[in-house]
Design a protein. Structure first.
Length: 60
């Protein structure tokens, strides 16, 4: 039964936000060593907000 999965997706996303705090640029900098300059603070924010929106839609 995967009916609670959107709830746990939302919990995971909110935990990531708590861990990152206001330093998404610092989180994005981690990926530079892995040759991923496409991962930026803006792209993290965009994907995270889309993920949260999807989880919220699934909960309704």
């Amino acid at each position: 039964d995967y009916s609670a999965l959107p709830y746990w997706d939302l919990c995971a996303a909110l935990r990531m936000l708590r861990l990152a705090g206001n330093d998404l640029a610092g989180m994005a900098a981690f990926f530079l060593d892995y040759d991923r300059p496409d991962i930026t603070a803006a792209s993290i924010r965009q994907h995270l907000l889309a993920f949260i929106a999807g989880a919220q839609i699934s909960l309704n």
